[in-house]
Design a protein around this ligand. Sequence first.
Ligand code: IMP
Ligand code: MG
Length: 180
Amino acid sequence: MNNDIKSILVSEEECQNIVSRIAQKISQDYNGKRLLLVCILKGSVVFMGDLMKKIGIPVEIDFMKVSSYGRSTTSSGSINIMLDLYRSDLPETDILIVEDIIDSGRTLSYLVDYLKLKGARSVKTVTMLDKPSRREVDFTPDYCGMEIPDEFVVGYGLDFAEKYRALPYIGILKPEVYEK
Ligand code: IMP
Ligand code: MG
């Protein structure tokens, strides 16, 4: 185990089991639809890679990058789109936004509205992790891997200061790592 990790919250095997379960549900629900997985960079890449392999129906993939400002200092929590989705086929497309973790709920709540306004036929969300106790806006994902307590987690794509994304499990950081 990495030296900066206090404990493992979701093991590598548990991650794979969770993704298999979600993928099976998505494969049933989207059968006959035109499924486009939209990965929110960068934290969702690992989840996205595993999920798309386990979904048993044809999928297309795309990417968006967003950054949120003022989460802790203001209540506005505005979202900035750094990489947008440019497609002319959105009216025939069923979008599933793939997210690593939901915290305040602002990112996904904004993106769902944004992609509906852009004309997508349907927009739903899947998240690997959810911290419901941190919610600032009312938001419920359509598919969720696991609800977790209010702890800062890394690994399986998730970072602290761009580190730990490549860990194959989800772990809780040692407090001294933040305080450095
Ligand atoms: P929201 O708009 O507050 O829901 O923001 C969710 C985003 O915050 C995620 O996509 C992550 O980038 C980041 N985030 C929230 N909690 C954690 C965590 O525990 N570890 C790593 N990133 C996190
Ligand atoms: Mg993210």
